[in-house]
Ligand binder design. Structure first.
Ligand code: DGT
Ligand code: CA
Ligand code: CA
Ligand code: ZN
Length: 587
């Protein structure tokens, strides 16, 4: 049996095929696009590609037609793809690496390869330093030095890699604050993947509307967090920040703000589809303007809403702009009303000093009430999690009395619920006996150890918890830590289906180091009819503020408020939980 590939690995192979075809000078651009589109959609799939394969449903992946379906089939069946191997034999590996360097498109890569035999970034760098690129057709001295600067930028970026959104966030806010003070600045935003609230960002794309670009760019280039200026043009500056992240700044006229913000927000896939849609409507769309085809008239859009409105579309929130059907949905008026922070009535995973939190229940409750919530669920750890000072059943009883006293103190309109974050043990059993669980308002269950068990065992553990009558929420399901630890390998399709069937709520953990469920799994969960909750997992009052990161994940999963159980009034939430044993019996 061939080794099981991850969705990411399959996507990567198709991405590389597209790159190699382009370098070879493939004449049919549509063919290249098809591979790219398939790669993106496989990477964003909420399900294991092997499941779709087994169901004979590969063609339901957008971009996968007959030819690509056959290739996926061969790859999953044999672990190899003859077509890919053939291409690899024709093209040196290192050539693909050259694609990351700005200005090195497939044509130029072909040129340096054919004329100078260059096949690696190092060889390209050496040739540029020796002044051997400038005489090639389509090059020149200016381009040669740009390529050198690009190589340095890429090398730095490689070290840093992609940065979690939660790390980029405070940095971006700090830069926005500084730029806002520059005289003449009319509007400013961070566009790109940051505005789409993607879980990691490759770089930061600042956009500013101002009359005089010079002053803004000067301020940007001299910020204390800037380590080096990589590029300085008349309206664009690129810098490397101290943490290795790259940041680009573009300055534009206020009258063109709408089209520019739309363009630089991306994603690239969304932009391509939007431009195709615009053409069908008789407009060409660029970052500068809308132009009726066949004319030279520019229609300027100062607001992004106007761009979508002129194209006959409902406004598409940035979180949805990934080329996953949002344009069709906007055209047909089928975009969901996405959940927003204000819809949330409570936080359902909150820790206190009873286990590993840093503040008392009273402090956490007051802080939550001040945020406008109607309820919180206190979920200290259960007994076996020694490192987090998990509670014995006796301590849990004492905690209940404290919570009752605090509720009496806080009065009507706010309620502290008594819960626990209960370990799902290695054999799938829970860390408290049933009679203890039955005494809690809501039970959150999670896995903290043994995430590396084999697929069958991990899956069985989750299923055991989901079919337990007193488990209401599964917390941070995959257990991943962004940039540090991959999530558990499990049969997520089966787990999501079981959660939908039993009405077990799945958590989107808003902690920016987790963001778990990830957006793609959350979207699949919603398709299967699951209800979700968004929780901060706060260990201090300040961490309650991180809720918006979780809301962003839910929005990227197309969640409406109705699908998120902590937008519900308390009575409805508790009634839903009480139903669980009956739902299990009715199965
Ligand atoms: P990242 O930085 O890798 O997290 O992802 P983005 O989406 O921020 O990508 P980035 O920084 O390369 O470019 C920002 C946006 O600008 C991108 O989402 C769409 C637009 N854009 C940039 N280059 C192109 C391009 O070559 N074609 C199209 N259609 N759009 C582009
Ligand atoms: Ca970016
Ligand atoms: Ca960028
Ligand atoms: Zn904890």
């Amino acid at each position: 049996m061939a080794r099981r590939l991850t969705n990411q690995e399959v996507a990567e192979i198709f991405e590389r095929i597209a790159d190699m075809l382009e370098i070879q000078g493939e004449e049919i651009p549509y063919k290249i696009m098809a591979y790219r589109r398939a790669a993106e959609n496989i990477a964003a799939l909420g399900r294991d590609i092997y499941d779709l394969w087994a169901e004979g449903a590969l063609r339901t992946i957008p971009g996968v037609g007959e030819a690509i379906e056959e290739k996926i089939d061969e790859l999953l069946r044999t672990g190899r793809l003859a077509y890919y191997e053939r291409l690899k034999a024709q093209i040196p590996e290192g050539l693909l690496e050259l694609r990351q360097i700005p200005d090195m498109g497939p044509k130029r890569i072909k040129t340096v390869w054919e004329r100078l035999g260059i096949t690696t970034v190092e060889e390209l760098e050496a040739a540029a330093r020796a002044g051997r690129l400038r005489d090639l057709p389509g090059f020149g001295a200016k381009l040669e030095s740009k390529i050198l600067a690009g190589i340095e930028a890429v090398k730095r970026r490689k070290i840093a890699g992609r940065v979690p959104l939660g790390v980029a966030w405070p940095l971006a806010q700090q830069i926005l604050d500084a730029l806002r003070e520059v005289p003449g600045v009319q509007r400013l935003a961070v566009a790109g993947s940051f505005r789409r609230m993607k879980e990691t960002v490759g770089d930061l794309d600042f956009l500013v509307a101002a009359e005089d670009p010079g002053a803004v760019m000067e301020r940007f280039a001299t910020l204390p967090v800037v380590e080096a200026v990589l590029l300085r043009g008349s309206t664009k500056t690129s810098v490397r920040l101290q943490n290795g992240l790259q940041a680009d700044l573009r300055v534009i006229e206020g009258a063109r703000w709408g089209t520019a913000l739309q363009y630089f927000t991306g994603s690239q896939q969304h932009n391509i589809q939007l431009r195709e849609h615009a053409l069908r409507r008789g407009y060409s769309l660029s970052e500068y303007a809308l132009t009726p085809v066949g004319t030279e008239t520019e229609i300027l859009c100062a607001a992004e809403e106007e761009v979508y409105a002129r194209l006959g579309l409902a406004f598409i929130p940035p979180e949805l702009r990934e080329g996953r059907g949002e344009i069709e949905a906007a055209l047909e008026g089928r975009l969901p009303r996405l959940v927003q922070l204000e819809d949330l009535q409570g936080d359902l995973q909150v820790h206190s000093t009873w286990s590993d939190g840093q503040a008392s229940i009273r402090e956490m409750a007051r802080a939550a009430k001040a945020r406008g919530y109607r309820y919180i669920l206190i979920t200290d750890h259960s007994q076996s999690l020694g490192v987090a000072r998990g509670l014995t059943p006796e301590r849990l009883q004492e905690q209940r009395r404290e919570i009752e006293a605090i509720n009496a103190e806080l009065g009507d309109g706010f309620r502290v619920l008594h819960g626990a974050e209960v370990e799902i043990r290695a054999d799938g059993s829970l860390d408290y006996p049933d009679e203890v669980l039955a005494g809690l308002d809501l039970v959150v269950a999670s896995v903290h150890s043994g995430l590396r068990q084999d697929r069958e065992r991990v899956t069985a553990r989750f299923l055991a918890a989901i079919y337990h009558p007193y488990v209401h929420i599964i917390a941070h399901p995959t257990g991943r830590l962004l940039g540090e630890r991959e999530g558990a390998d499990a049969d997520w399709e089966a787990i999501l289906q079981a959660a939908a069937e039993t009405g077990t709520l799945l958590e989107i953990n808003a902690n920016p180091a987790r963001l778990d469920l990830p957006d793609s799994l959350a979207r699949r969960a919603l398709e299967l009819g699951c209800r979700l909750v968004i929780s901060t997992d706060a260990h201090s009052p300040g961490e309650l503020a991180g809720m918006f990161f979780g809301v962003a994940v839910a929005r990227r999963a197309w969640a409406s408020p109705e699908a998120i159980a902590n937008t519900w009034p308390l009575e409805r939430l508790l009634a839903w939980a009480k139903e669980k044993p009956h739902r299990l019996r009715r199965r």
